[in-house]
Ligand binder design. Structure first.
Ligand SMILES: Nc1ncnc2c1ncn2[C@@H]1O[C@H](COP(=O)(O)OP(=O)(O)OP(=O)(O)O)[C@@H](O)[C@H]1O
Ligand SMILES: [Mg+2]
Length: 312
């Protein structure tokens, strides 16, 4: 395919959205690719970046063949990120093929991450959507922290909910780690562990802990308040599933003092996996369903009103 890529019209750096989850298989890649398609329908140029080192499949979710150039070329130093952006037949939509021709474990070093993040933020598009693998590993936590929009995906299952809380706790600790001396940070972990083992009477409150203990130089929660973490409940089948997002938000507020913005639920729809099988994203094959509407509403909520464009 001819490499014709629609670039940012605004001239500003792209907004980087990162989707993450505690548990695997909850729909991160589906949500990332669907948010991307919805943004393009709103007139924006989007690059989806497959940064799941456990197995690339953004191309599959977008109904594309794996691209000739991929992240391996960047890791080997042969190409810039911009040079491995691959266009799709969908207007304004491109992707960066993940590692799919590497048979050894892909460990992204902190040095590589330090180079990768600024390059992601200088890609030529309105939005860069980074699709991560599951769990709170270092690469995921760093990319999540660096994002303009941090989006956590959970399914309504207890296994996923439990891992969502673990991911959020890991995110808080990861961001606090840099601001504290090792002994201060280890003391925090010790207290957290005591609470987990139910040795303490009161539930743990990060904000209270930071207030009462010296050594953390940044007010983490103030900055989170300005830009809350977003939550999506994917594969929802009932009102109880929809309400789950509100419960998770209350728990985070009560126990972590973490303001979480619940973006809403995405329906479970058999058309999702059927469309992946047919190699056409469901938002393209069925553009006027409630499912498509749910993604557009989320995008409209996340983008600034001044950025809402008529589709040309
Ligand atoms: N809303 C939905 N309705 C129906 N099926 C869905 C929905 N969301 C995701 N799926 C299906 O669930 C499966 C897993 O989705 P996906 O690959 O997006 O998860 P993931 O979180 O990216 O997984 P991994 O952690 O392995 O990267 C896919 O087969 C997809 O078709
Ligand atoms: Mg995935």
């Amino acid at each position: 395919m001819e490499r014709v890529i629609e670039e940012s019209k605004s001239g500003r750096r792209p907004q980087m959205w990162v989707t993450a989850s505690g548990k695997g298989g909850v729909g991160k890649t589906f949500v990332s690719s669907s948010l991307a398609i919805s943004l393009t329908k709103l007139g924006h140029s989007v690059i989806v970046v497959d940064l799941d080192p456990t197995g690339a499949n953004v191309h599959t979710a977008l109904g594309q063949n794996p691209a000739d150039v991929n992240l391996r070329h960047w890791f080997e130093g042969n190409k810039s990120l911009q040079e491995i952006v691959t266009p799709t037949p969908l207007p304004r939509l491109s992707f960066i093929q993940g590692l799919w021709d590497l048979w050894s474990p892909a460990n992204i070093s902190s040095e590589q991450l330090k180079r990768l993040i600024p390059e992601l933020k200088s890609l030529r598009a309105d939005y860069v959507i980074v699709d991560l693998g599951p769990g709170a590993v270092e690469t995921h936590l760093e990319l999540f922290r660096a994002a303009d929009e941090r989006i956590v995906i959970t399914s309504p299952e207890p296994t996923s909910i439990e891992k969502t809380y673990r991911f959020l706790e890991a995110h808080i600790c990861w961001t606090l780690k840099d601001t504290a001396r090792p002994d201060v940070f280890n003391a925090l972990l010790g207290t957290l562990r005591d609470h987990r083992n139910r040795k303490m009477k009161k539930p743990f409150s990060f904000r209270q802990y930071l207030k009462e203990n010296d050594g953390f130089s940044v007010d983490h929660f103030e900055s989170l308040g300005e830009k809350p973490i977003r939550l999506i409940v994917n594969s929802s089948r009932s009102q109880a599933n929809i309400d789950l997002g509100h419960s998770i938000r209350s728990v985070c507020c009560k126990y972590y003092d973490l303001s979480l913005d619940y973006l809403g639920a995405i329906d479970f729809d058999n058309a999702v996996w059927q469309s992946i099988k047919n190699r056409e994203p469901v938002l393209i094959s069925q553009p006027f369903t409630p499912l498509a509407g749910q993604f557009v509403s989320i995008c409209k909520h996340l983008i600034a009103p001044s950025e809402l464009r008529a589709v040309g």
